[in-house]
Design a protein around this ligand. Structure first.
Ligand code: DON
Length: 310
């Protein structure tokens, strides 16, 4: 067991070293100053296994802006809170468009294609805002509990920048409200959405906190049920088809794991029955996915034979 962990750690270090200069192929998200100023050459990888061990290399303990990775936690919280009626308000199909495209939403009468594009995550934020007395606090508490770490914080600079530059997200919310698919007041829903995007976590914390999705909904350490096995399956299915946006097909083709990226440069990949991989490297490709993160996950999945399509 100990030997396996040491070997895995060595493997991660080797894979990371091979990526040393590849961050230069991407571009750090610059839609807000708080993200544009992150050092582009930081990079880390962590693997959490169902035995409860998290192994990492590089900057795997460095907190970064989780951005759209927060959509995974929000989805699980919302499913737990309202159950199947959720699927009347948001669909489970890939959008085939960038995560922040608005054109589909009007044509489809304010029903977002899936819960991990921005429109879908704002819809989920509405469910949380409408069903928790303090949804932001509930969200942070939930993440801290899953990660077993009370120091996880909201980055206020990121939050303020998100609010200031959030016009397109506001447009999604108003458009869905015009179709009666948003219950709470739009400013409250947006404030929740921007808050969850602004949480900072490390690869180590993310890998730890999502282990239940690799274990049929059960936290492998505490044995607590975080969601039902059916819902863990559903979340993983959505991550497989839509988690890497309109690069999800290519990701399934080359990697074969449910995954979710964020514009902060993080990616989480769920390996059912094994654990969670989390990578972080800020420079992004054209689709908004981390260049180095994609390479790292592809390489580790290949080396360890982790694809779910085997
Ligand atoms: O709302 C937005 O557009 C950003 N705060 C988050 C987007 C994001 O991370 C998409 N992921 N690749």
């Amino acid at each position: 067991m100990k030997k396996n962990i040491i070997e895995l750690q060595k493997k991660l270090q080797t894979l990371l070293s091979a990526e040393k200069d590849n961050y230069l192929q991407g571009k750090v998200a610059n839609y807000i100053p708080a993200l544009a100023s992150v050092k582009p050459d930081l990079m880390g990888i962590a693997v959490g296994t169902l035995e409860g061990k998290v192994v990492g290399a590089g900057d795997y303990q460095h907190p970064f802006s989780i951005q759209s990775i927060s959509k995974v936690f929000g989805l699980v919280m919302a499913i737990n809170r309202i159950g199947d009626p959720l699927w009347k308000r948001v669909r489970m199909e890939p959008s085939g468009l960038p995560f922040n495209s608005i054109i589909q939403l009007q044509a489809e009468k304010g029903i977002p294609r899936n819960p991990v594009i921005n429109a879908g995550a704002i819809l989920i934020s509405d469910i949380l805002t409408s069903n928790f007395s303090s949804s932001k606090f509930a969200f942070l508490t939930y993440i801290r509990k899953l990660a077993r770490n009370d120091n996880i914080r909201i980055d206020n600079d990121v939050y303020l920048s998100e609010v200031k530059h959030g016009h397109l997200n506001a447009a999604f919310a108003h458009l869905m409200k015009s179709f009666d698919n948003i219950e709470s007041e739009v400013p409250d829903v947006l404030s929740h959405y921007f808050t969850q995007c602004s949480i900072s976590m490390s690869c180590e914390q993310l890998a730890q906190s999502l282990l239940f999705l690799a274990n049929k909904g059960i936290d492998p350490i505490t044995k607590e049920t975080i969601c039902t096995a059916r819902d863990a399956h559903r979340v993983n299915a959505i991550l497989s088809t839509s988690g890497m946006y309109d690069q999800s097909g290519e990701f399934a083709f080359s990697v074969g794991l449910p995954a979710k990226s964020g514009v902060g440069g993080g990616i989480i990949a769920i390996v059912p029955g094994y654990g969670v991989i989390c990578t972080w490297s800020p420079p992004l490709n054209h689709y908004g996915n981390s260049v180095v993160g994609m390479n790292l996950i592809e390489n580790i999945a290949e080396e360890l034979g982790l694809s779910i399509y085997h």
